[in-house]
Design a protein around this ligand. Structure first.
Ligand SMILES: *Cc1c(COP(=O)(O)O)cnc(C)c1O
Ligand code: SF4
Length: 341
């Protein structure tokens, strides 16, 4: 698939590619290979071919390395395994529960909330999270070419009410540093913007993505840069992540985390407490804990609102307030995310 952001001559050979781009080309995408790496047998939980076809397995080797061997209940494995449960239809679980297709300001730009515009700046991710609310998103219809991007950015420039640009995707850091520099420079030239936010999972799943060129770009930007990472379980953060995160902090970024509350991954007080503490020791503050969106194929990850409230109350009783994420749900048509607890 081509990248969304335009204008780059392909590099002559892989030799010239940075490590993280090689890692992006060398993802684990064959369920049989993943199982053999983890010493698991497919007979117990075969991969669903239909799930594979709808949203193929995709997981970086650095992330697989953090999974336990021989354990089907591993919380990292559960986030990526194309399970048979995904093919069960469930009333109420639909392709576009957030009605995002209706929120387009211009091609590649969504605006749901006052003051903030979200740019779908990449059509793909380094990892496929089974519960993803954008797993059915029509990236082809929302992946403008260069001219269309320039027009979309022009409509952002015309809208004086927007002061924060949020790069999302897919994963915006799936773009090369040169592509990102182009986009960030375009945004810097829009006077009313003062904040650049980047929603990304890449520094966690492939820590080598935090390159010197990326750090220079963000450090030198006139925009205040907030990075919102996406970690669901303490075990996702290893020593390489810690080193990458500390470089991002040294570049002056504010680092926050959003998690999704997922059955069988982090729906216990112990898992959520460990996550908050691990985030903190890594230099990241918890921001949001999302109740799962009702996306078709993800009902087996659902956690009820009542259980979510119970978990957050227990966290609040045991942790400093700044380590308790806000439990939120996204309700279409509201002017912000809805805080549940
Ligand atoms: C979640 C979201 C935002 C950001 O909301 P915050 O509450 O500021 O984190 C912005 N735009 C869209 C479309 C979103 O889904
Ligand atoms: S990294 Fe984010 S956008 Fe990509 S699949 Fe995972 S949850 Fe979805």
């Amino acid at each position: 698939m081509s990248n969304t952001l335009p204008f780059e001559r392909p590099l002559a050979s892989d030799r010239d590619k940075p490590d993280w781009q090689l890692a992006m080309k060398d993802l684990v995408s064959d369920p049989a290979e993943l199982l053999s790496m983890l010493q698991l047998a497919a007979v117990e939980r075969p991969a669903s071919l239909a799930a594979q076809e709808a949203f193929p397995l995709r997981v970086p080797r650095a992330f697989v390395a953090r999974m336990a061997r021989g354990d089907w209940s591993d919380p990292l494995l559960r986030q990526v395994w194309p399970a048979v449960e995904e093919t069960r239809e469930q009333t109420g679980w639909v392709d576009d529960p957030l009605q995002e297709q209706a929120a387009a300001l211009a091609p590649g730009i969504l605006q749901k909330y006052p003051g903030r515009a979200l740019l779908t700046a990449a059509p793909h991710c380094a990892i496929h999270c089974r519960y993803c609310f954008r797993r059915h998103f029509d990236y082809d219809a929302n992946s403008p070419g260069r001219q269309a991007w320039e027009q979309s950015l022009e409509s952002l420039r015309q809208d004086l009410s927007i002061s924060e640009a949020i790069l999302s995707g897919g994963d915006p850091l799936a773009n090369s540093d040169r592509q990102l520099a182009w986009l960030v420079n375009q945004l810097e030239a829009i006077p009313q913007l003062h904040t650049l936010r980047i929603h990304t999972r890449l520094p966690v799943v492939i820590p080598a993505r935090v390159t010197d060129a990326l750090l220079d770009l963000l450090r030198e930007s006139r925009l205040r840069v907030v990075m919102v990472l996406h970690v669901n379980h303490a075990r996702e953060l290893d020593a390489d992540c810690e080193a990458a995160i500390s470089r991002l902090r040294d570049a002056g970024l504010i680092l926050l985390n959003q998690s999704v509350l997922l059955a069988g991954v982090n729906d216990s007080v112990a898992a959520l407490r460990d996550l908050s503490e691990r985030l903190f020791s890594t230099g990241i503050l918890p921001y949001y804990l999302h109740l799962p969106d009702r996306v078709a194929g993800t009902a087996h990850f659902d956690v009820s609102e009542a259980r979510g409230c119970e978990l957050v109350a227990a966290l609040r009783a045991g942790l400093p307030g700044y380590l308790v994420p806000r439990l939120v749900r996204e309700i279409p048509g509201q002017s912000s995310k809805t805080v549940i607890a």
